[in-house]
Write a protein that binds this ligand. Structure first.
Ligand code: SF4
Ligand code: SF4
Length: 388
């Protein structure tokens, strides 16, 4: 099975870097790159719009996406390599990475209509690893130095400390656990920073501050909340794009047209406000059933407590997603029954909290607090003060 997937992923075989330098091959590669754009134009000139949507394998990129991908990755690779290797390497030793500062000209619709380089910024570093591809590639790490790799050729990394199987070597982002997103990459960087400091101080890497969470009420008046709770259940709309033929006639135009103001407002209202939690105070509930009547998705129930399996059969709406836990409150003061909420159905509209006469339901914003190196340092200082 794995073999088949690999054949589909790499139809012409996996990339094999040639680590032997050969100048004649470099000259040949430069020729290939020089004629690449013309060859590409020639090979796609007779394709029509439906051809551009064809993929070479199920789930793979279509022709239009591949062409854009080539352009993006190769332009970045070229610019970054040029700056890092040629311009700031006077002594044969890397000094840093030079970035161009770009200023964009925005038209009245908010679209980018042009850009210019307004300056440069050098960020000093000892090493640069280009990260522009879609697969992890560590051919430059010797396989006998103690770093263990998994079946995807990713290093085996501890999810808490970010350290791999070789002491003192840390990974993060896509390099650690395969494709994720920039938010995870930044979070991994923070975790690794804590670990690196602890490693240098010879402390236990796993002895670190726990994550925390703050809840803050969003109520601003009887029917007023600090967020828009007008949930709209309409389908996600597709981003309008410039017509394919126009795009290939003029390769430097922005492809995404963006939403109009009205479309944007509608799209925003689809948000489920996952950061706003329905928080229940059982001691305030008088069991008037108003919240149950008003809930548009029937996800609330007041009933006798029981086993989860039994409870799931007695809810206002069936709770069929067994992966989602049910919220079961403490006993209600009037009858000893419990309030149950099926989070799988809740659209965070806040109507239960608006309707509740006693404020037993509240809509509260949750903020997750993930400790950073600065927090660890402050906690260490506090520890020292309390020990002295
Ligand atoms: S927030 Fe809306 S959907 Fe969720 S429990 Fe309250 S009324 Fe029901
Ligand atoms: S509206 Fe408030 S008081 Fe009434 S049942 Fe719901 S939580 Fe309890």
């Amino acid at each position: 099975m794995e073999e088949n997937i690999e054949n589909l992923q790499f139809p012409i075989g996996k990339y094999k870097p040639n680590l032997e330098f050969d100048f004649s091959r470099t000259v040949k590669d430069m020729d290939t790159l020089g004629s690449f754009a013309e060859m590409l134009k020639e090979s796609i000139k007779d394709l029509d719009e439906s051809d551009f949507k064809k993929t070479y394998r199920k789930g793979g990129m279509n022709i239009a996406q591949i062409i854009h991908h080539w352009c993006d990755t190769h332009t970045y690779a070229f610019l970054r390599t040029k700056h890092t290797i040629l311009e700031h390497n006077p002594n044969g030793k890397l000094q840093g990475m030079l970035f161009e500062e770009i200023e964009y000209q925005i038209d009245e619709k908010g679209a980018i209509e042009g850009s210019e380089v307004i300056g440069e910024k050098l960020i000093e570093c000892d090493d640069v690893i280009l990260a522009i591809g879609q697969d992890n590639a560590f051919p430059w790490i010797e396989r006998d130095i103690g770093i263990e790799f998994d079946k995807w050729d990713c290093p085996v990394v501890d999810e808490l400390t970010m350290m791999c199987s070789l002491d003192g070597v840390f990974f993060g982002g896509d390099a650690a656990f395969g494709p994720k997103n920039i938010i995870w990459a930044v979070a991994h960087g923070h975790e690794a920073a804590i670990s690196i400091h602890k490693y240098c101080e010879e402390e236990n890497l796993k002895d670190r501050l726990p994550p925390g969470m703050n809840l803050t009420s969003q109520k601003m008046g009887i029917h007023e909340w600090s967020y828009s709770n007008d949930y709209d259940g309409s389908e996600r709309r597709l981003m309008p794009h410039v017509d394919l033929k126009k795009r290939f006639k003029q390769l430097n135009i922005e492809v995404e047209l963006g939403f109009t103001l009205d479309q944007t407002v509608k799209e925003v209202e689809r948000c489920l406000n996952c950061d706003i939690q329905t928080v229940f105070a059982a001691n305030l509930c008088i069991e008037c059933d108003a919240c149950i009547d008003v809930c548009p998705v029937d996800c609330l129930t007041i009933t006798e407590n029981g086993d989860e399996e039994d409870l799931r059969t007695r809810l206002t709406a069936p709770a069929e997603n067994l992966d989602e836990d049910l919220y079961v409150s403490a006993e209600l003061p009037q009858t000893g029954r419990v309030m149950i909420k099926d989070e799988d159905l809740c659209v965070h509209c806040g109507l239960c909290a608006e309707r509740c006469p006693t404020g037993a339901w509240d809509m509260q914003k949750s903020t997750i607090l993930l400790p950073k190196a600065k927090d660890e340092a402050e906690s260490r200082e506090l520890q020292k003060v309390s020990n002295s």
